[in-house]
Design a binder for this molecule. Structure first.
Ligand code: PEP
Ligand code: MN
Length: 338
């Protein structure tokens, strides 16, 4: 349920509603829009929620039941787009954000050099895995804390904020020391203890869609993070598993406008994992922006043929520059800036 306050509701009227919600045994989440304040009522309590009681309170305009299972993530709760600040701009703003870098941080030189190259091409943030979720336990698992230190050095050199994956609750503290955004990978989208913990961290989160997850599953996972009062969540469509064999995954372009309609959270796309082959990455990136994505996360490597992970889908610097030019033109065509 959400309680929509009148546009001229006083601070006392708002706090009275919050106190009443708490007295009834629920949690109150405040969303202060330009027009009016909305209070989300979530949680479980033996006390039934009586809409009439809340409607009768001073300063209350209306009381609405949210029909979808995700509440704080829904557009009903927060009609305006949420903007997650990133490097002087924001994911969800009119400007397209581009997070670029290698799949894995392989060496100090590799990450610093790539950071400089993607920055020069106009990237907003740097990506790079220190902890890698690999299908095989014998594949490269990431350089861990050493990689985080190299990422921080790359940030010092370029000013690009760091987006990096956290795979486990025990890694959060360490990753937060170096990162600017915590990435939750597709394989962990429904790791509920991890979602609780990154929610509690109050750190910005990039939440990737699970490879066999519905859009509703993704929104419910975002709800876990939001339920801790951490509103800085960016959603990412990164392709889903289908019967198709010619691509690594199937990019679900539907997810872009549908998620944008259902949630206020920014939605970006990962064309690299979505398609799996560098030849097609640029086309998928263009389609994502055309469909209304707020940005991209893209794999870029100095020498894709020598990459320790995901070389097949990694762009060279030159190809990344070309993608950036193309994306800027599409962004302009749909009324966005790049
Ligand atoms: C990655 O970003 O390198 C990655 C492992 O992505 P995903 O979790 O989407 O597979
Ligand atoms: Mn990868």
């Amino acid at each position: 349920m959400i309680v929509v306050m009148k546009h001229n509701a006083s601070a006392k009227e708002i706090s009275d509603v919050i106190s009443r919600i708490r007295a009834d045994g629920y949690e109150a989440h405040l969303s202060e829009g330009e027009e009016r304040t909305v209070i989300g009522v979530v949680g479980e309590s033996p006390t039934p929620l009586r809409e009439d009681n809340y409607s009768a309170m001073d300063g209350v305009d209306s009381v609405v039941r949210i029909s979808v299972p995700y509440k704080l993530a829904s557009r009903e709760f927060h009609p305006a787009d949420s903007i997650v600040p990133l490097n002087g701009t924001g994911a969800g703003s009119n400007q397209i954000v581009v997070i670029a870098g290698p799949c894995s941080v392989e060496s100090r030189e590799q990450i610093i050099e790539t950071a400089c190259a993607v920055k020069e091409a106009g990237a907003t943030a740097l990506r790079g895995g220190a902890f890698k979720p690999r299908t095989s336990p014998y594949s490269f698992q990431g350089h861990g804390e050493k990689a985080l230190q190299w990422l921080a050095e790359a940030r010092e050199r370029t000013g690009l904020p760091i987006v990096t994956e956290v795979m486990d609750t025990t890694q959060i503290e360490m990753v937060c020391e170096y990162a600017d955004v915590l990435q939750i990978g597709a394989r962990n989208m429904q790791n509920f203890s991890l979602l609780h913990a990154v929610g509690e961290s109050q750190f910005p989160v990039l939440l990737k869609r699970g490879m066999a997850s519905t859009m509703e599953d993704l929104l419910m996972s975002a709800e876990y993070i939001l339920s801790h009062g951490n509103n800085r969540v960016i959603l990412c469509e990164r392709g889903i598993r289908t019967f198709e064999k010619y691509t690594r995954n199937t990019f679900d372009v539907n997810a872009i406008p549908v998620l944008k309609a259902r949630t206020h959270l920014p939605v970006i796309a990962d064309p690299s994992h979505a398609v799996g082959y560098w030849e097609y990455v640029e086309a998928i990136a263009r389609s994502a922006i055309a469909a209304g994505a707020d940005g991209l996360i893209v794999e870029v490597h100095p020498e894709p043929d020598k990459a320790l992970s995901d070389g097949r889908q990694s762009l060279t610097y030159k190809r990344f520059r070309s993608m950036m030019e193309q994306v800027a033109r599409v962004a302009q065509a749909v009324g966005r800036t790049a």
